[in-house]
Design a protein. Structure first.
Length: 282
């Protein structure tokens, strides 16, 4: 049974309905400019710079004599093969240091809070433990909704030649490789969801941007810093960004997004390692 266009529009509008936790625009024009530049700088020291390098990476891949679908994108590689303790130090540094951007985003949200909001930034964006059961269930549901079609789209994108083969985990077989991959997945989830959703959604709304613009632009940036994988990774992550953005606007909680993202990456990283150990190539 089809849904009338007006009803579908009404349901979509309901997802973006105002909330008491909806950041209100800052009145002062100079403050607008300051918050927008602040957002640019936060992106510049975190995922915005990743987007620039991803664009350069896809250009480099496209200008090789080998078709994109026959190239491999390696992730989670050993930094010092044959020296496991030094490699572990490198891996932990690569996990901990990017979290400074998460701390910076939350710190800045605390210094310039939305009007009439008297809670810390973590609680305002829903990065807390107030609803652990609901956050876990929402995260699991989102991971299923995004992960299964996402895997199918990855194979399709590779088959039609618009994506590389993604080698998701390439650590040496040492005792700490599994825990490090899990920590890397959690770090990715915190960095992307806190900065791209919790922080940017708040700041851009404070500067007067509409919810569709905020959600769409955040999803576009998310897709761009995954371009290093190919155009499949770009398109798939835009869709993921749109879905997670709508969920955040509806729930005003970033924690289910973190749970979802962490689960997806854990399955990808650890699952790839297990399959490769058994000689399975994907």
């Amino acid at each position: 049974m089809s849904i009338p266009a007006t009803a579908a529009h009404g349901r979509f509008a309901g997802l973006l309905a105002p909330s008491e936790r909806d950041p209100e625009p800052v009145a002062d024009l100079a403050a607008h400019r300051g918050l927008r530049w602040e957002a640019v700088l936060v992106l510049g020291v975190s995922l915005g710079s990743s987007a620039v390098y991803a664009v350069l990476s896809i250009i480099e891949k496209l200008t090789r004599p080998v078709p994109l679908s026959q190239q491999t994108t390696a992730m989670n590689e050993s930094a010092t093969p044959g020296r496991p303790w030094l490699d572990l130090a490198y891996q932990l540094a690569g996990i901990v240091l990017p979290l400074a951007a998460v701390a910076l985003a939350l710190y800045l949200l605390n210094t310039v809070r939305p009007p009439a909001v008297d809670v810390r930034a973590g609680r305002f964006v829903g990065l807390d433990r107030r609803e652990p059961g609901r956050d876990l269930l929402r995260g699991l549901g989102l991971a299923a909704v995004i992960g299964i079609p996402g895997l199918a789209f990855y194979f399709l994108a590779k088959a039609i030649g618009i994506n590389t083969m993604v080698s998701a985990a390439n650590l040496e077989p040492v005792w700490w490789s599994g825990p490090v991959l899990v920590l890397a997945a959690v770090e990715n989830a915190l960095l992307e969801e806190v900065v791209m959703v919790g922080y940017l959604f708040t700041r851009w709304r404070q500067t007067g941007w509409s919810w569709p613009l905020v959600i769409g632009l955040s999803a576009l940036v998310r897709g761009t810093y995954h371009l290093y994988q190919g155009f499949g990774g770009f398109a798939g992550n835009i869709v993921m960004g749109l879905v997670l953005g709508l969920v955040f606007v509806r729930t005003r909680r970033v924690m289910p997004l973190v749970v979802c993202h962490a689960l997806l990456d854990i399955v990808a990283f650890v699952g790839y390692t297990v399959l490769r150990a058994r000689g399975v190539t994907i």
